[in-house]
Design a protein around this ligand. Structure first.
Ligand code: PMP
Length: 502
C-alpha cells in the first residue's frame, strides 16, 4: 500500500498514516471488509516502525473505522448507514418509524397552521413567562454559593431518590400555609416543574383513550400532553368566573372523565378566577362522581386585587384533589422546580413514577431555592413582582383602550400574567399572526388553547408581564397597525366603550 509520508511535516508519521487511511475509508476508496496489510508488512513498505503502524490502526479501530479479526488481520468495518436527515424527501426509515410518521402531524402545527412570517428586527414579545430582565439573578447566585459552601458535595449528589429535599418540602408547606393551604411535608413531592407534575398524574391515573375534562380554553402544553398520551379531551366553557361548573354535570354523566384538570386562579389563558361558589360546587361534583381533580395553581400568589379564594385543595376533605404549583412564574422557569401535594395511595404511585422518570429534581436547585426562600428573598421578590406586573397590566389595558378598535373585547384580569383578547367579529388570530410579526409584535394565537383549535380563531393571549410599560404601549400600537392592515374597516380607536367588559 502506497501511503505518501512527509518526514519534514510536524504531524507525526502515525497520524499521517491514520489521516490517509481515514480519508480512504470515508470516501469509499477502501471498501468495507477490505483487509489491510499486516502491520509488519506495511511498516516495511513505508520504512517506519511497526509501532507507528499499530498506533494508526488502533486509533482507527477506536473510531469504528477498522476492526481486527482474531488471527486473520485488520479489516475496514462496514459503515452503519448515516441516519437519514429528518424530513429529507425520500428518506427511508425503518417500518416502525414509518408507522409513526403516518400518524397525526405534530400537535403544535395541527393547532397553528404554518404561515410565512417576515421577521421584524426588534420584535416586542407578549409571549413567554416572566421578564428576564427582572430575574433576581444576583440574589439567587448568592443562595447557590451559600449552599455549595455549606453543603459541599452533597449539594451535587442525587440527594435521596424520594420526594425531594426535605427542608425544601418543609419550607414549601410554610409558603402554602401563608396562602391558606395546609399541607404536611410528607405529602409534598418536588417535581421538575409543574409540567412534570401534570405528566406524572396522567401517567399514574390514566391510560390511552381515557377522557380528561378541561376548561376550554386551557393551558396549551397541558393539551399537548393529553394529546401525546392519546387521551380524549372534553372541554367545559369558561366565563369571567372561571369554569362554568354548573354546566358540568351532563358532561360528567355522558363522557365519564377520569380526571378533571383545572386552573382556578388567573387561568391560562383567560386570566379568569374561579368563583368561591363554583369551587365548592366543583369539589362536590368530583366527589359525587368519584373523579380526581388536578388543581394547577401556577400563579396563585400573583393577585393584584380582590379577595383570595380558597384553593380547591383546602375544600377537599382529603384525597380528592391533587394540587400542583411551581416556582417558574414567580421566580425563574429555568430552575425547573415545581411540586405537587397529594394524599393516599396515589401519592406513593406518584413518588414511584417520579423516581423512574428522572430520579430526582436537580439537588443544587432544590437546596438553593430552600435557602433563597428561607432568608426571605423569595417573599420580597414576589411582592416586588406583584407591584411591577400590576402596573404592566394597567399599562396594557390602557394601551388596548387607546389603540385597539372598540369592538375588541377584554376581561381585565385581577392577577396572573395574561390578558385574553377577543378580536372584532370575523377576524382571525392566525391571519393576524404574520402581519403582527411584520409589525414587530408577538402573541400566542388563541387556537393553541382550545381542545378544538378552530374554536380559538377569534382570540389572542397577551402576556403583559414580559415588557415594561413603554414597550407595552409600543407593542399594542404595533398590534393595532397589524389589525388595521388585516381589516381596514376596523379603524376607529375606542370611542365606544363596553363598560362591563373594558
Ligand atoms: N401550568 C400552567 C398553567 C402553565 O402556564 C405552565 C407553564 N407555562 C405550567 C403549568 C408548567 O410550568 P413549569 O413546568 O415551568 O412549572
Amino acid at each position: 500500500m502506497r501511503i505518501p509520508l512527509d518526514r519534514q511535516n510536524a504531524l507525526p508519521l502515525y497520524q499521517q498514516i491514520e489521516r490517509y487511511l481515514r480519508e480512504q475509508i470515508l470516501s469509499g476508496q477502501l471498501a468495507p471488509e477490505t483487509r489491510l496489510p499486516a502491520s509488519r508488512q506495511l511498516a516495511q513498505e513505508l520504512g517506519v516502525s511497526r509501532i507507528t503502524v499499530n498506533n494508526a490502526y488502533a486509533q482507527l479501530e477506536s473510531e469504528g473505522l477498522l476492526y481486527s479479526r482474531e488471527g486473520s488481520g485488520v479489516y475496514v468495518l462496514p459503515r452503519t448507514p448515516a441516519p437519514p436527515v429528518a424530513d429529507a424527501a425520500g428518506a427511508i426509515w425503518p417500518l416502525w418509524q414509518q408507522a409513526i410518521e403516518r400518524d397525526d402531524p405534530p400537535y403544535e402545527s395541527r393547532a397553528t397552521p404554518p404561515r410565512r412570517i417576515v421577521a421584524h428586527p426588534k420584535p416586542i414579545a407578549f409571549t413567554g413567562v416572566g421578564d428576564r430582565r427582572e430575574f433576581p439573578i444576583k440574589e439567587f447566585v448568592r443562595s447557590i454559593q451559600d449552599v455549595v459552601r455549606r453543603d459541599g458535595a452533597a449539594a451535587l449528589a442525587y440527594g435521596g431518590l424520594d420526594q425531594g429535599y426535605t427542608p425544601l418540602r418543609t419550607t414549601l408547606t410554610h409558603v402554602l400555609g401563608s396562602q391558606g393551604i395546609q399541607a404536611h411535608p410528607d405529602h409534598v413531592l418536588i417535581t421538575s416543574g409543574s409540567q412534570q407534575a401534570l405528566a406524572l398524574v396522567c401517567q399514574v391515573l390514566l391510560k390511552p383513550g381515557d377522557v380528561v375534562l378541561v376548561e376550554s380554553p386551557t393551558y396549551n402544553l397541558a393539551l399537548e400532553l393529553f394529546r401525546v398520551l392519546d387521551l380524549q379531551i372534553v372541554g367545559a366553557p369558561v366565563d369571567e368566573q372561571g369554569m362554568c361548573v354548573e354546566r358540568l354535570e351532563p358532561l360528567l354523566q355522558r363522557r365519564h372523565p377520569r380526571l378533571i384538570y383545572t386552573i382556578p386562579n388567573f387561568q391560562n389563558p383567560t386570566g379568569s378566577c374561579l368563583s368561591g361558589g363554583r369551587r365548592r360546587q366543583l369539589v362536590a361534583l368530583a366527589d359525587r362522581y368519584n373523579i380526581p381533580v388536578l388543581e394547577d395553581d401556577f400563579v396563585g400568589d400573583l393577585r393584584y386585587e380582590g379577595r383570595v379564594q380558597p384553593a380547591l385543595k383546602t375544600l377537599d376533605p382529603g384525597g380528592r384533589v391533587i394540587y400542583t404549583g411551581t416556582f417558574s412564574k414567580m421566580l425563574m422557569p429555568g430552575l425547573r422546580v415545581g411540586f405537587l401535594v397529594a394524599e393516599g395511595p396515589v401519592f406513593k404511585r406518584l413518588v414511584d413514577m417520579k423516581r423512574v422518570s428522572d430520579l430526582t429534581t436537580p439537588t443544587l436547585m432544590q437546596r438553593a431555592l430552600e435557602a433563597y426562600v428561607n432568608v426571605g428573598r423569595y417573599q420580597a421578590h414576589v411582592r416586588r413582582s406583584g407591584r411591577l406586573y400590576r402596573q404592566r397590566r394597567d399599562a396594557m389595558l390602557a394601551a388596548i383602550r387607546r389603540h385597539l378598535p372598540a369592538e375588541t373585547e377584554v376581561i381585565p384580569p385581577h392577577g396572573g400574567l395574561f390578558i385574553w383578547l377577543r378580536l372584532p367579529e370575523g377576524l382571525s388570530c392566525l391571519d393576524l399572526l404574520p402581519l403582527a410579526a411584520e409589525a414587530g409584535v408577538e402573541y400566542a394565537p388563541g387556537t393553541r388553547f382550545f381542545p378544538i383549535p378552530a374554536d380559538g380563531e377569534s382570540y389572542l393571549r397577551l402576556n403583559f408581564a414580559t415588557q415594561p410599560p413603554a414597550e407595552i404601549e409600543e407593542g399594542i400600537r404595533r398590534l393595532a397597525s397589524a389589525l388595521h392592515r388585516l381589516n381596514r374597516s376596523v379603524v376607529a380607536p375606542a370611542q365606544k366603550q363596553h363598560p362591563s367588559r373594558r
